[in-house]
Design a protein around this ligand. Structure first.
Ligand code: UDX
Length: 437
């Protein structure tokens, strides 16, 4: 099939590579000429494991090209996926201007019956508006609107896209369902489950999933606060919770909470959608509040231990919003960095991938190329992202390099017994602190 993909961000580019891998002829479109030039030169605009290989395979096979011209993406296309950004407005609502513009331009340039698919996360009701936009543009052509939300995680995007847990298809015509099933036929033949719904249901389901996952994380972090007050151990509490299959063990990882471009923005947009529909959903605001509290709980531990932060040096290990990505958007690590800098501390950070992005977000942050360089002379280390190479550091070497051997473990990656044996002051999240006597 001939497929256009509008937007070559995390979702769009992974979608381009995946659809070409499935055997389709794909045109990736972006208004950012610099990004397209980079992609044409075979360079990925961000780090995503396996993406380079996937895109190289597709471009070399002649199944994937890039352009800034939306007409090229729309011409002869059976399907066009809209993967443009839906950034938050000041109110928290999703800004859908780019989605509208993409749909309008695709409709203007379509040359045959095309299924226009929302892949970007949009509030329920968006498809209806898109349909009206499209109908205004083209009365001469039957164009279908559908929703096919992605569930891909950054850092595991390629894996999630090639082996999805389910394919959600929201559509209102048999034609749209048939075309989308044909797009994903190789995955469906391998046994991937397809869930077919109406469009509003598909749109709402995506927000429902992300908000629920964020709620699980915040619930676990609220348990961490409770455990700190009660002298209990949250590692065991979540173990008990997670061993009940009705709860499940995933997304109960406590620490600094969630960041990234999806959960914080989608949660806010979902709350705004609820309000605009007339449903009061304060639970969502509470999830966000507990998430902010998780960052401040770690900052408070640094302050309580170091007393005055003026003249103190704190090293942050991990800056990306999670391991496996160079993305620092709304990364909890940057929240920690800003709060410590505001309180007078000098802050140095190390991350295997995200140093440059963190520096451009927080210019006062010093970036170290190596974790041992970062901790040299530090009065405290805060573990912010659980990269595997941070978990396997030589802790004795770190102990000797630090001015004060204090570790605030914002991801609970270290073993308290080992920390005690090494003589650290060790302050995990929701677990009993280790303070040498
Ligand atoms: C998320 C969804 O998982 C994905 O389905 C959706 O399409 C996009 O949003 P992503 O933002 O890439 O994906 O990251 P995810 O792996 O879900 O993690 C989100 C955040 O939650 C990260 O900051 C992570 O560190 C944090 N997290 C995750 C926890 O704090 N605890 C956990 O137990 C799990």
């Amino acid at each position: 099939m001939k497929i256009g993909v509008i937007g070559t961000g995390h979702v769009g580019l992974v979608t381009c590579g995946t659809l070409a891998h499935l055997g389709h002829e794909v045109v990736g479109v972006d208004t950012d000429a610099e990004k397209i030039a980079q992609l044409e030169a075979g360079k990925m605009p961000f780090f995503e494991p396996g993406l380079q290989e996937l895109v190289d395979e597709a471009t070399q096979a002649g199944r994937l090209t890039f352009t800034t011209d939306i007409a090229e993406g729309a011409r002869d296309a059976d399907v066009v996926f809209i993967c443009v950004g839906t950034p938050p407005k000041a109110s928290g609502e999703a800004n859908l201007a780019a989605v509208e513009a993409a749909a309008r331009d695709v409709a203007r340039n379509a040359t045959k019956r095309t299924v226009i698919v929302e892949k970007s996360t949009v509030p329920a009701g968006t498809a209806g508006r898109l349909r009206r936009t499209i109908e205004r543009e083209r009365k001469d052509l039957a164009l279908d609107v559908a929703s096919n939300p992605e569930f891909l995680r950054e850092g595991k995007g390629v894996e999630d896209s090639l082996s999805p847990t389910r394919i959600l298809l929201g559509a209102e015509s048999d034609h749209a369902f048939e075309v989308l099933c044909a797009v994903y036929k190789p995955l469906i033949d391998k046994g991937c489950r397809v869930i077919q719904t109406d469009i509003a249901t598909a749109e709402l389901s995506k927000h429902a999933c992300n908000a629920f996952l964020a709620m699980k994380i915040s619930y676990a972090n609220a348990m961490a606060r409770m455990c700190e007050l009660a002298g209990a151990d949250v590692a065991d509490v979540v173990e008990v919770m997670g061993s009940d299959p009705r709860i499940g063990k995933d997304f109960l990882g406590v620490g600094l909470g969630y960041g990234g471009y999806c959960f914080p923005k989608d949660l806010q947009a979902f709350e705004r959608l609820a309000a605009s529909l007339g449903y009061d959903f304060p639970l969502l605001n509470e999830v966000a509040r507990i998430n902010e509290e998780a960052v401040m709980a770690a900052v408070k531990k640094v302050e309580d231990t170091l007393w005055n932060l003026d003249g103190k040096r704190v090293a942050l290990l991990g800056l990306a919003f999670k391991p496996g990505t160079d993305d620092t958007r709304l990364a909890p690590a940057l929240g920690v960095a800003r709060a410590l800098i505001e309180r007078g501390s000098s802050v140095v950070g190390y991350d295997p991938q995200a140093g440059a992005n963190a520096k451009s977000d927080v210019p006062e942050l010093e970036i170290a190329e190596d974790p041992y360089e970062a901790v040299e002379g530090a009065h405290c280390v805060v573990v912010c992202t659980e990269w595997p190479d941070i978990g396997s550091l030589d802790l004795a070497k770190i102990h000797d390099a630090m001015a004060y051997p204090v570790i605030v473990d914002g991801r609970n990656i270290f073993d308290p017994k080992e920390m005690a044996a090494l003589g650290f002051t060790y302050l995990p999240a929701g677990r009993p602190p280790i303070v040498p006597t």
